[in-house]
Design a protein around this ligand. Structure first.
Ligand code: UDP
Ligand code: MG
Length: 325
């Protein structure tokens, strides 16, 4: 069987409402591309009818491959599982919710060919249909990653991108469990090129990333790429300790000079509470990193596959299918 030029990886977690419409647009795009392609749906332990829907898509379109994970592992791992199973010369990663327009794949491929880029990422012009709070936190996060995380993650870029074979191979060498894919994509280097596009609001179903997941992802991103928060804790501790020392000197001086008419309860309370807070923060940061060490040293497999069904024939195009049927 010919191996495809292009693999499209679609992580899907409870996306049965949107998958059929998604695949219709994707298939039309691949028809226009006219190259052997596979579409790898990674079912990330959905508990709706996602698996049945992708099964139906595979029966109707020989380019469709299905990777069924044993449970929900989260998007980053689902993506990784997809990357491990993709066979194409170039691999496109795209969300199932139609926020990333599948039509843009043509441009991604064009750019990969013409400019010999290793990573072509799609950069949003604006975040349509997203709340102000989500936009601000996203912005804040990118800023933090850039200045504290020392990895320049391109702003307003999702996971939607094209990867060359060698960058997919490079990503295989990262065994870490705490994977922050957006960071890793940048981390591996090679030739990276941006393409601008308008992002649509989610078509159907709800965002699977609630606030808790979003905050987790941000902490994940920062702590997987830098130990700077640890330094921050030490520096803050040092500053506060020095301030406390100066204040002690001052108090001793004041007592000697003017005597001590008690009082001072409020300042005492403030100092104690403040220091308590700072200590808890510092311990929390330590714990965050310790937790990472704990998880990574277990060396557990990243995911388990319940079922993998490769594409029946990546070379088939829609037009030919119609001739045959
Ligand atoms: N997704 C997944 N596993 C999860 C959560 C999400 O595979 O645990 C998939 C989801 O089906 C979608 C993509 O990741 O294709 C992006 O998810 P979502 O649209 O909810 O994220 P957002 O666009 O809000 O960042
Ligand atoms: Mg989305």
């Amino acid at each position: 069987m010919p191996s495809p030029v292009l693999s499209v990886i679609v992580p899907a977690y409870n996306e049965d409402a949107v998958l059929t419409a998604f695949h219709r647009r994707l298939a039309a795009t691949l028809d226009r591309l006219g190259e052997p392609a596979e579409v790898l749906y990674v079912n990330d332990g959905s508990d709706d009818r996602t698996l049945a829907v992708v099964g139906r898509l595979r029966a109707a379109d020989p380019r469709v491959a299905v990777l069924d994970l044993s449970r929900n592992f989260g998007k980053e791992i689902a993506l990784t599982a997809g990357l491990h199973h993709a066979r194409g010369e170039a691999v496109v990663v795209i969300d199932a919710d139609l926020q990333d327009p599948p039509e843009l794949i043509l441009e991604l491929v064009e750019c990969w060919r013409r400019r010999r880029a290793d990573i072509v990422y799609a950069q949003r012009r604006e975040r349509a249909g997203e709340t102000l709070s989500k936009r601000t936190t996203a912005r804040l996060f990118y800023l933090l990653m850039q200045h504290v995380g020392r990895v320049h993650i391109p702003r307003d870029t999702g996971d939607f991108r094209l990867l060359s074979r060698r960058s997919v191979e490079a990503l295989r060498d990262y065994p870490e469990h705490h994977r922050f894919m957006k960071g890793l994509f940048t981390w591996i280097g090679f030739e990276q090129v941006a393409i601008a596009y308008e992002r649509d609001p989610r078509r159907a179903g709800a965002s699977k990333l609630g606030w808790v997941k979003r905050i987790n992802l941000a902490i994940e991103g920062i702590t997987s790429f830098t130990a700077a928060p640890l330094r921050f804790a030490s520096v803050l501790g040092l500053i506060i300790a020095s301030a406390a020392f100066l204040m002690a000197l001052y108090i001793v001086y004041k007592t000697i000079r003017y005597g001590d008419p008690v009082a001072g309860y409020p300042s005492l309370m403030t100092a104690i509470l403040f220091l308590g807070g700072v200590q808890l923060t510092a311990i929390g940061i330590l714990g965050e990193y310790l937790g990472r060490v704990f998880h990574e040293t277990k060396r557990r497999p990243l995911y388990h596959v319940r079922d993998y069904r490769p594409a029946a024939d990546p070379a088939v195009r829609h037009a030919e299918r119609q001739d045959a049927g």
